[in-house]
Design a binder for this molecule. Sequence first.
Ligand code: GDP
Length: 205
Amino acid sequence: MEIRSAKYLISNPKVEGCPAPDKPEYAFIGRSNVGKSSLINMLTNQTKLAKTSGSPGKTQLINHFIINNEWYMVDLPGYGFAKVSQKQRASWEKMIANYLEKRENLVCVFVLIDSRLKPQELDLEFIANLGEKGIPFCMVFTKADKNTQRETAANVRSFIEKMKEDWEFIPQKFVTSSVKFHGRKDILNYIGELNEQWYKGDAEE
Ligand code: GDP
């Protein structure tokens, strides 16, 4: 898929205020500092579409972008930021749970995982939660340029091994570097395929 246009649309504290669910939607989420803004900017070929984290944990909003006038990209606030209060955390949890459960045009959640780290409990927990709710997701291992290929592959492998303890089916995964534009084509083509299915399904209804 080529990116012909990418525009910021709206930010909402609640799923109810999100744009009409008339286009396929893909949400991006992960621990604060995982490289989510950089990935969104890399995918859309922009430098400032998503704001790279100045104050992680502060922007507790659902951010919508429209791509090619065809699909929505959603930047969700990250989890696991140490300095947020209990109250902020609870409100994040509620907002995210509501969004994930109620957003009817949500096709796939892209869960970002730092490829430099050994499997993290928080990421595994978030994924387990998606599984329990039956929400389709895939995994994006970020910042692959920061390690050797061998180290990255070892971390990805041990994450998948951990998942296999609870999962029979392992969803799609991508390894990316926003600095090197690595993984861009694969992710965009994947979204392109899902879009095609979505619009086909729509026409058949
Ligand atoms: P966010 O909090 O998840 O939105 O993370 P950001 O996109 O703001 O990235 C956090 C930090 O990691 C920033 O300093 C980025 O420059 C850096 N970063 C993000 N992605 C990459 C990557 O692919 N490679 C490298 N080397 N650094 C990255």
